[in-house]
Design a protein around this ligand. Sequence first.
Ligand code: TYD
Ligand code: MG
Length: 473
Amino acid sequence: MAKSKTQFVCQSCGSVSPRWSGRCDSCGEWNTLVEERGESGVGAAPAARRMETGHAVELVALAGDAQEAPRIASGIAELDRVTGGGFVPGSALLVGGDPGIGKSTLLTQAAAALARGGHSVVYVSGEEAVAQVRLRAKRLAAVEENIGLAAETSVENILATLKAGEPPALLIIDSIQTLWTDTVESAPGSVTQVRASAQALIRYAKRHGTILVLVGHVTKDGQIAGPRVVEHMVDAVLYFEGEGGHHFRILRTVKNRFGPTDEIGVFEMSDGGLKEVENPSELFLGERNANAPGAAVFAGMEGTRPVLVEIQALVAPSSLATPRRAVVGWDSSRLAMVLAVLEAHCGVRLGQHDVYLNVAGGYRIMEPAADLAVSAALISSLAGVPLPVQSVYFGEISLSGATRPVSHAPARLKEAEKLGFGRAILPAGSMARNNGKTKAAAPSGLELVEISELADLAGRILARASPTPEAGV
Ligand code: TYD
Ligand code: MG
């Protein structure tokens, strides 16, 4: 009896299951299994074929020479920094981001920059009509000679078009979710379609030395929608992020086979497109009130991505029998613990005060590494002394009042330095812990203040309240 060709493919992780169920066994997501026809998907066997069609490949020594990947720099410094020094010919890049964040704008500008450098570019838009793309290019002053433009969603048509001419240096697909290919039967936008389309384009790029840039949509919780499988297929994954109501945009590397993954590029969205921000600290500090007590900058991490956020605290005498504690963006039981440690070990009395804690920008901190920054903000608000604007804080606090190093100290410091901060207050031993035996080098532009007891931090902040000159924190 012939086997049934119907299968269920998880739209989140791409795993294949013979039966429908409400929850994917592989990634645990709910309602992501969709019926698709044909033997495809992760774990599916290739179509039956006779065995003798393969041919021998030459095995080479692992110890052979390897050259640094040649690169084509775009000339947009913030973009080149994120890609690790420029695009690598034959590589595939995925640029993810929320709708309207500026992905098409960024790539139009990158296309124009490469075209100006004499490289040929093909821009395929699956979302917008030719006229719309032209209008945007005009607005960005990105109308260049050697950019070919097409509004197309069929992979076969795109490949046929490319094969008719010289392979371009840069191929931009905006976006991968709109593409579909005849080779698989499932609906456009499904994981199987997206994977097959990406595979065909990546194969073309590798064969012809073309730089392939795929645009991917991001869901609300920050995943590249559906085709997370594409993240594994490409050489680099960049995220384009921004906060609602702000003009700045951050381009972040999540994965890069040809460069570092802890770089960020900062842009500002203006009438004339994205402008590079050479000194991002101005942008971030510009929105802060340097003289306000109760604000501390926390050097945090989100997964492998460093994030700097401002933690704001307001401590005010309470008229209530049970003082109010309100927290936005952090764990309230964690705040209770920090308050208890401050009270027990540092002599900071908050029992008669209302405490409000807010993480700026609607951001939510999930890690305990914010303890030190929260403490600094609380003490600063209670004492009425602003913290120095150039300081960032991170580190965990134990119930004994000692500080504990947290992971990724070098990445946090690097981000702080990149954003223009000059001093970091961190637990003693942070640098030694993070690199095993050898001490990791701290970024040269950053002064490190290592603290082993929370009481030490409290003492330093309170010393600023008195007129005696004292080392800052
Ligand atoms: P876009 O690149 O279309 O976003 P995406 O491709 O990520 O969906 O950018 C959309 C937003 O950017 C839109 O709200 C308008 C704004 N924008 C500017 O502010 N200035 C500009 O020069 C351009 C082209 C867009
Ligand atoms: Mg777009």
